[in-house]
Structures are given as structure tokens and as C-alpha cells.
Design a protein around this ligand. Structure first.
Ligand SMILES: [Zn+2]
Ligand SMILES: [Zn+2]
Length: 283
């Protein structure tokens, strides 16, 4: 399997518009990998994208992606979903549209029933955006996945995160290799036998160190600890499930660290790396 981290950023991309913090100023000047687009992952073998953050068009261009057959959604949150218009932008050739020439090869949008129900609620004055994309401009078709999806020799298992809201994580399996992608909102990490002995866990929403942008400290009672994993939590998950390598993604602007800081931090951990846009993972 050949994956690329198309976006390693979090709720706000880096640089964040208007922001004059040192991380954003540097990212504006140096570009990638100091820049980070919203969180997404692409699997080259089957032209599959997980999530469509608002800046997904830039992310796909930067990574030279040239085909898209599947879009998987982890959950409805704006930072993972609101670039969904990318499917219309990719599939519709407007000069053909006005001659009623339909787009070829609709994109298959796949997620669990609960996540799909949430996504269907994102509406225009005329109804659900997904209804519009599926039935009016016919660029996609929705598929509800109960347990797993198999494409060619790759099986993707959809696991729900045990929490109040509908959130899915994915286990990609092929040729005896396993990659887990858990980009966001997975603090109550699911328990499943299939997680055991995975090769790689790509996981988001982890705070790194004990300070944030502008030297704000994450004290012992800080509410962030209820929402995000700490690095200690990640090490526990890694050991508990006997996972070989971990890659931290969904790296937030408000963590106040630049690309070089993460390279430096990696030296403190064994088999834990920090994602960057354009990072390739092959196994
Ligand atoms: Zn900033
Ligand atoms: Zn998120």
C-alpha cells in the first residue's frame, strides 16, 4: 500500500490567515513542509481519499494526485468535511454540463450509517448538499459501509469510536500489512482485535509537550486533556496493541511548533514520527 499524507494540519491550517505568530510567518515564507493543509490521507493504490478539508484542492495539487475514485469520511466536523465541493470541482466539466453530458465514473462516498446521517444534514436552501451532488449534478454515489469495504486486494475496516458523536477510524489491510488511520476525535480509542499487531497507526488530536502557542501551559487540570491524547496515551496505545510505528497527524497551529521542532522532538521517542504534508508511507 502506498499512502501519502495529503494534509497533516488540524482545525486551522498553517499558516492561518492574518496570523502573525512565528510559525505562520515562517510557513508563509518557506512553504511546505512548514505549511500544513487540513487533515487528510490518500491511498494511491485505489485512488482513495479520507476526508475533504476546506483546502483539499491545494493539498491534492501539491501532492500531484491525478485520480480520485473513493472518498471516505471519518466524521462530519467542518475541518474534515467542508471541502466536499472538491468532488463537484473535479468531476464537472462545465462546458459539457451545459450540453447535458454527464460526468463519468462517479466518486464513491463511503462511510458508516451514523456518519452518513450527519453528513446528509449539511444543507443548502434546496436540501442536502449530498443529495444535490448525487442526484442533480451526479458526481458521486453514497455507500453505507456496515463493517468493511474491499477494493482490489485492499480491505478497509470501518470502526466506530465509542463516544457520543459518530466518528469512524479505518483499518487498511493488504498482503499481511495493517495500517490504522484515526485522524480525529478518537480519545476513547476503539477496542478491536484487528488493531493488535498493526504495522502503522496514523493518529490525530494529540497534544505534544506541555506548552502551546504564546507559551500557554497545559497544566494538570487543563480541559484539553479530556479532548486530546497526550504523548503518554499514545505510547500506551502503541504498547497495548503492539503497534510497530506511530505517525502523529492533525497537528494544530495553536501547538505553536514548526516543522523543525517536530523533527527535534522525534528524537525523544522510539518509532513515533510527526506527519508533514507530502509524507509518503509505503508497506
Ligand atoms: Zn499562527
Ligand atoms: Zn479534526
Amino acid at each position: 500500500m502506498k499512502f501519502v499524507i495529503t494534509g497533516s494540519g488540524g482545525c486551522s491550517p498553517i499558516p492561518k490567515a492574518l496570523c502573525q505568530c512565528k510559525v505562520c510567518i515562517e510557513a508563509r515564507k518557506k512553504g511546505f513542509p512548514y505549511k500544513r493543509c487540513g487533515c487528510s490521507l490518500y491511498l494511491e493504490d485505489i485512488s482513495l481519499l479520507v476526508d475533504t478539508p476546506e483546502d483539499i484542492n491545494s493539498a491534492l495539487n501539491y501532492n500531484n494526485i491525478n485520480s480520485l475514485d473513493y472518498v471516505l469520511y471519518s466524521h462530519w466536523h467542518s475541518d474534515h468535511l467542508l471541502g466536499m465541493r472538491i468532488m463537484e470541482q473535479i468531476k464537472i466539466e462545465w462546458q459539457d454540463f451545459y450540453e447535458n453530458i454527464k460526468p463519468l465514473n462517479k466518486i464513491k462516498v463511503c462511510t458508516t450509517e451514523n456518519v452518513m446521517n450527519d453528513i446528509n444534514k449539511i444543507r443548502s436552501p434546496y436540501g442536502s448538499f449530498m443529495d444535490y451532488y448525487e442526484h442533480k449534478v451526479e458526481v458521486l454515489e453514497r455507500h453505507i459501509i456496515e463493517d468493511s469495504l474491499t477494493v482490489n486486494n485492499i480491505e478497509i475496516k470501518f470502526l466506530s469510536v465509542p463516544s457520543k458523536e459518530a466518528v469512524t477510524i479505518f483499518i487498511f489491510k493488504s498482503n499481511g500489512k495493517k495500517v490504522i488511520y484515526a485522524p480525529c476525535d478518537c480519545k476513547n480509542f476503539p477496542t478491536d482485535d484487528d488493531i493488535q499487531n498493526s504495522d502503522i497507526l496514523i493518529i490525530g488530536e494529540t497534544f505534544i509537550g506541555n506548552s502551546l502557542k504564546n507559551d500557554k501551559k497545559i497544566h494538570a487540570e487543563h480541559p484539553l486533556r479530556n479532548e486530546l491524547h497526550s504523548m503518554e496515551d499514545i505510547i500506551k496505545i502503541k504498547e497495548h496493541y503492539n503497534i510497530k510505528d506511530v505517525i502523529i497527524t492533525h497537528i494544530e497551529e495553536y501547538y505553536g511548533k514548526n516543522f523543525d521542532d517536530y523533527i527535534e522532538l522525534e528524537k525523544n521517542y522510539k518509532n513515533i514520527k510527526f506527519a508533514y504534508d507530502g509524507m509518503k508511507i509505503e508497506l
